[in-house]
Design a protein around this ligand. Structure first.
Ligand code: ADP
Ligand code: MG
Length: 293
């Protein structure tokens, strides 16, 4: 027997590096007419690097001490920023202290007890202990397009790290193809700061930028687009993207470095680590629909 069009489209998508979980998903992909993309790990390579280590003068910490504390607290986290901090500490051959009572909040940051002190590392705008001096330091890093994270020890800001991530080489081309395929420019949804988000968006041709979003804010943004009559494809990789992946008409997760939760929640998973597979699978789905009808 010849394979039904939707099934052979699924097989075809697989050959192009996208795992589509069902025939229903294939049909939904054909209906998509707007795309919302996550930033970190989706439009960027997801292998960020620590580029600045800035202890606050009053902290009494040196660069290595600030980095070692941060890396200890970040060690249990699977977030790309956490991996960058740990990698930077390893590069400097710093001893990694043990961490206890670790917890993480998606879109916010991490907290852990390191050498008897409560350490938090996270988004400046979501750090209650941030004061004028530490926010100014973070803003300075963000002006350069960095993601800044603030480090707090026992309720007092002790420094900030600047972290840089490159756009994926195929990000700009993918944005252009998605724009012509759907008739609308894609939207950027990110938990990162507005300055870093705007910088990346300008580099790759995205005009609609929504930054500083918590996971639930990403859901709200998707619902707004869908209330305007759009069928939205969300592309994301993180635990912070899972609610939006679930809420959207269709959700696609980046497979290589994506979190387990994102992979399980999404309707399809990009196995070959290329963004161009996103427009390609929409094209395959539309072609299959023409055969089914
Ligand atoms: P995106 O939406 O761009 O993928 P996230 O929602 O995962 O970004 O993160 C948003 C912000 O929350 C980050 O820019 C960072 O400031 C903070 N954050 C999240 N996870 C961590 C972490 N493990 N360590 C430090 N900061 C974090
Ligand atoms: Mg992400």
């Amino acid at each position: 027997a010849t394979m039904p069009p939707l099934l052979s489209a699924i097989a075809n998508a697989g050959r192009h590096g996208v795992l589509v979980k069902s025939a229903v998903v294939m049909e939904r992909l054909a209906q998509v007419d707007a795309v919302a993309l996550d930033k970190t790990g989706t439009l960027t390579e997801g292998t960020p690097r620590v580029t600045e280590i800035r202890p606050l003068p009053g902290s009494g910490l040196g660069e290595d001490e600030l980095l070692a504390l941060s890396a200890a607290a970040e060690h249990p986290s699977e977030h790309p920023l956490a991996r960058a901090v740990v990698a930077a500490a390893r590069e400097r051959r710093l001893a990694l202290h043990g961490a206890e009572c670790f917890s993480s909040a998606p879109g916010v940051g991490v907290t852990a007890t390191v050498q008897g002190a409560r350490i938090t590392v996270g988004a400046p705008a979501r750090t209650p202990a941030a004061d004028t001096e530490s926010l100014a330091l973070a803003a300075e890093l963000e002006e350069d397009g960095r993601t800044a994270v603030l480090v707090v020890r026992d309720g007092t800001p002790v420094g900030a790290l600047g972290i840089a991530d490159r756009p994926r080489p195929d990000a700009a081309a993918t944005v252009a193809v998605l724009t012509s395929l759907t008739g609308t420019a894609p939207t950027l949804l990110t938990g990162d700061n507005p300055r870093a988000a705007a910088r990346l968006a300008a580099d790759i041709g995205i005009g609609d930028v929504r930054a500083g979003l918590l996971p639930q804010d990403k859901v709200t943004a998707v619902r707004e687009l869908e209330a305007a009559g759009r069928r939205v494809l969300v592309v994301g990789d993180g635990v912070n993207d899972a609610p939006a992946l679930a809420a959207a008409h269709t959700g696609v997760a980046m497979g290589r470095a994506g979190s387990d939760l994102a992979l399980e929640t999404a309707d399809a998973v990009i196995v070959r680590d290329e963004l161009t597979t996103v427009p390609r699978v929409i094209g395959l789905a539309r072609a299959a629909r023409r055969l089914v009808v």
